[in-house]
Structure formats: C-alpha cells, structure tokens
Design a protein around this ligand. Sequence first.
Ligand code: VGL
Ligand code: ZN
Length: 325
Amino acid sequence: MAMLSAICPHQYIGARTESSEHAGFIDASSKSSLATDLFQRIDKNYVLTEEDVETVWRLLDRMGEEKIDVDALKRGFRELLTHRTGKRALLLVDLQNDFVDGSLAVPDGYAAVTNSNALRHKFEVVACTRDWHPADHCSFADNHGAEVFSTKSLPLPDGTTIDQVMWPRHCVQGTYGADFHPDLEVMPSDYVLDKGLNSKVDSYSGFFDNMKGNETPLRKELRARGVSEVYCVGLAYDFCVGSTAVDAVDCGFVSYLVEDCCRAVNHDTKDQMTTKLKAKGVSLCTSKQVPLPMRPSGAHCIEMAKRLVSLREGLRKGEKKKTGA
Ligand code: VGL
Ligand code: ZN
C-alpha cells in the first residue's frame, strides 16, 4: 500500500478496510478535491476548471459507477502519467529522391527536407519511411498502359476493388530514386520502415496498406521505444504523410502533422486530406510549436486525460456495435 498512498491521499478513501488488500472506493463527492490534488502534484500552479474535473473523473471512473475503486485510480493515474511521459517521435515520411527532384517530384519538396532536418534535435526517437516498390507495382501507370495521374479501379486480393491513382514509376527498390535524399539527415539509430512492397496493394501510410488489411511493424517498433506521440513530416502531405498521421491515431498515438515540414502534390487533394486530418483528431502545427522534451505540466496532463477519455468512449462505442447492444 505504500505506492498507493504516494499517489492517493487517505482523506478521499471511503469504507477503507484496514486489513484487506481492497482499499475501498472514492465517491463522486470528492471528485473536485481529488482531481485538484492529483494535478497539483504535477504542476502546483495548475488551476482545474469544472470541465477538467469532469474529464479526470470520467477517465478514472471507468465503469461509470459514480465511484472509483482505489485500484482503478492507481491504474488510471499511472496510465495518464505514462502516456504523458511517453516519448515523442519524429516520423520522416518518404523524403526520397523521386519525391524531391525525381519522377514524382513534389513542388518545393526540397524545403520539406531542410525543414525536417531542422526539427530532429527536438526528438529522442526518429523513424523514417521509404516508399519501396517492386517493378511490377500496381500503382505504376506504365504497368497498365494507363494515363499518368488518372484513377483506375483495381481488383484487390480479397475480391473487392479499390480506386488507385496511376502514378509515374517511382521509388523502385534499390534504385537511386528510392534512396533518401542525400541532404536528409538519417542516423544509424533511426528506425527505417520500407512500405509498398506488395505489388498488388499500394501503401500510403507507414502503419497499414491501403486496404487496411496488413499492418507494418511501425506501431510495435515505436511502442518498443516508449513512444506515445508522433509528429509526421515529409512528402507528400496529401498522400503518405497525411495517411500516416491519420493511421497513427488508430494505432493509439497522439498524432501531429508539422505543416511547414511537408509539401503537397496538389491543392484539391491537400484540402481533402486536411478535412480528413481534422476529423480524425490529428493536430496541425508548425515547427516552432514543437516543444523540446520537458516534464509534464498540469495542462498537458489534462489534455492527455481528454484524449484518453475520448479514445475510451470510442472503444466502448465500437464494442457496442460489435455485440449489437
Ligand atoms: C506517395 C504517391 C505514390 C507519397 C507515394 O509518398 O506521398 N505518393 N506513392
Ligand atoms: Zn508509391
């Protein structure tokens, strides 16, 4: 019980039985003092609003019983702290020759390279993705005799079809076009993920292919490095960077896209992607707004509590759908 008393002051504990392992519960009448106490331990100047108190309560009262089991409190609070104190990763997406000045050059793509380099020092973990296609890849217009940048409905291995953009041949495994741009800073400690290896299905996101049928090792590799938040940069905003930032949310990461470190293929698809990013809860930010690693503040913990609550509510909804309840 020593650990518990370190995070949970005894005055909140009702019906506490001295001898048993089960320490009892905290009821809703203490929610305000509980939340204030917990958060002022992290940041003594942080003042909680009524809404903050409700958020924290909903995070901790998992069953919606208007009381918190003390064990649940211990678990919930630790969850909050570990999420907040998880590492932030910079995801460098597809900063390869073909996208900078090669066959699928993105307008002003070189700026994404230099601006991304300038952001590295703010991160403890860096991962890089490479578009890494076989020569017979389904996204290459010349493999279908199709017009470049047209859209073609292609059959998928699972019997369904998908609308696939017909791209110029790009990032073929082992070619110069598939190499990282020579000016991109890549360190031996960076995790490098190759994607788009399956000739039958394209893969814009670093986490899943476009059918969302197959997951790459990226989520696991980031988790193994203690990462809870990802900052996505690179080429192109409207395809691979945006899709990676969106899927990061589904993988349980807090997801950001750093706008000045990305460039887009075109205006319309950029706007469509922005709508998608906002709907998914990806935060758009600039390089300047990316913080240096620091200790959590009360405000950050409240932000995390909000995200955890909405995540959990999303999961509950999903469960209800599945069971038909
Ligand atoms: C990409 C088109 C085709 C990208 C990859 O990296 O955004 N775009 N393959
Ligand atoms: Zn590609």
